[in-house]
Design a protein around this ligand. Structure first.
Ligand code: HEM
Length: 121
């Protein structure tokens, strides 16, 4: 998908304010991202997610490289759009706890390539 995992490791330093990744990773301000590609949204054990994030997972959202690409540009907007598309506009309120956006497309591709090195899919 045009992502460079080595460059993505550098981009991930911004994510490390809140997230950890790898076999020993623990939840922090954000949930562990080990294995996130292929995982239903809002399901990492022991992390207290926002209703918006949890509801998206309950409605069927599973993280893929394509939807993480869209999510990173505007997490709350993406999850609200997903829930609205699933006929759950009543749940498309509030905001996610992830107060971070990554506008740069190439950086998003690279960081997703990096996330995939810790995921089975
Ligand atoms: C959630 C990725 C930066 C805080 C998530 C999720 C992903 C993600 C994929 C959903 C996880 C799940 O459903 O299990 C990233 C990436 C980042 C980044 C790739 C860097 C490019 C940050 C930063 C913060 C943050 C800098 C803190 C300022 C959170 C929090 C959640 C979250 C609190 C849970 C959201 C909720 O419950 O609503 N992140 N994140 N993230 N992230 Fe990030």
């Amino acid at each position: 998908d045009g992502g460079d995992a080595a460059k993505g490791e550098q981009v991930f330093k911004q994510c490390m304010t809140c997230h950890r990744i790898g076999p020993e990773a623990k939840n922090a301000v954000g949930p562990v991202l080990t294995g996130v590609v292929g995982r239903p949204t809002g399901t990492y054990p022991g992390f207290s997610y926002s209703d918006l994030n949890k509801h998206a997972g309950e409605a069927g959202l599973v993280w893929t490289d394509d939807n993480i690409f869209e999510y990173l540009a505007d997490p709350s907007a993406f999850l609200k759009k997903y829930l609205t598309g699933k006929g759950k506009a009543d749940q498309a309120t509030g905001s996610t706890k992830m107060v971070f956006k990554l506008a740069n497309e190439q950086q998003r591709k690279d960081v997703i390539a990096y996330l995939k090195t810790f995921s089975e899919k």
